[in-house]
Design a protein around this ligand. Structure first.
Ligand code: URA
Length: 255
């Protein structure tokens, strides 16, 4: 028997492949979405994906679609977006066009940032992997200008203000100062994903980032993937991510 799965309305719409999560939120707020023939105006309304019927402008949408999961080593000069109005290359262009499924990047990497990016059409997992509430650790390898003073390291780790809001605690590892090149290399672990967060944290201490690469996400690493290469996640890796984000019960079933 199909399990009942409670899911936010905007995520269910995005998961159907109809549109992005943001567009789905807009459609709901505009009153264009019905659940079981009743107009719902809150994107956070919870539906049972196995039971409820969603319709958009009178047309039913399928709440379920086969879920796919990929891990990409993002090269520089590629946008982590689904599409771009100016025709710039996006991470979706790096995956096989034959997928026929709408997938999207989990979180964002800047155009010049390289490294680990998960792509999926599983809206629920994507939401949990990016929301700071779920404390998913992302590890970045950073090269920055100059040497970092001890008090600035503490600021990075304890949190500093960007856009008027303090960053959550971070961890710094493998700190090394290269005197001839006058630059520092380190690893930083954060569990937020604010826009240009790492670069802005380092700017705040007067140490501009020269190079940024994400090397780990939720415990997954790039392994042997070269820049521009991708691979599907294995069953175990998917289960691991679901478990980390509280989407699996003790028996390993989706909940
Ligand atoms: N922090 C940044 O500043 N840029 C990224 O691409 C990712 C994290």
């Amino acid at each position: 028997m199909k399990k009942l799965e409670k899911i936010y309305l905007h995520l269910a719409i995005a998961q159907s492949g109809y549109c992005s999560r943001r567009k789905a939120e807009k459609l709901v707020r505009e009153g264009r979405i019905k659940v079981n023939k009743e107009t719902i105006l809150s994107p956070e309304y919870k539906i049972n994906s196995a039971k409820d019927t969603i319709s958009i402008n009178g047309f039913k949408i399928r709440a379920e679609e086969e879920k796919v999961y990929f891990l990409l080593n993002k090269p520089e000069d590629v946008l982590s977006a689904v599409s771009d109005e100016r025709g710039e290359k996006t991470v979706i262009d790096l995956l096989p066009g034959s997928l026929g499924i709408r997938i999207y990047p989990v979180g964002r990497l800047d155009k010049d940032t390289t490294g680990l990016l998960i792509l999926t059409n599983d809206g629920q997992l994507a939401f949990r992997l990016t929301h700071p509430k779920f404390k998913i650790i992302k590890t970045y390898s950073v090269f920055c200008e100059g040497r970092i003073e001890k008090r600035d390291l503490l600021k990075l780790e304890r949190g500093l203000e960007i856009d008027g809001k303090k960053t959550l605690p971070a961890k710094i590892k493998n700190l090394r100062f290269d005197r001839p090149k006058n630059r520092t290399s380190l690893l930083i672990e954060i569990y937020e994903g604010r826009k240009r967060q790492v670069k802005r944290m380092f700017l705040e201490i007067g140490r501009p980032v020269l190079n940024l690469k994400r090397i780990k996400y939720a415990g997954l690493s790039l392994g042997k993937l070269k820049k521009g290469e991708f691979r599907p996640l294995g069953k175990r890796e998917i289960a691991y991510l679901k478990e980390k984000t509280g989407l699996l019960n003790e028996k390993g079933n989706d909940c």
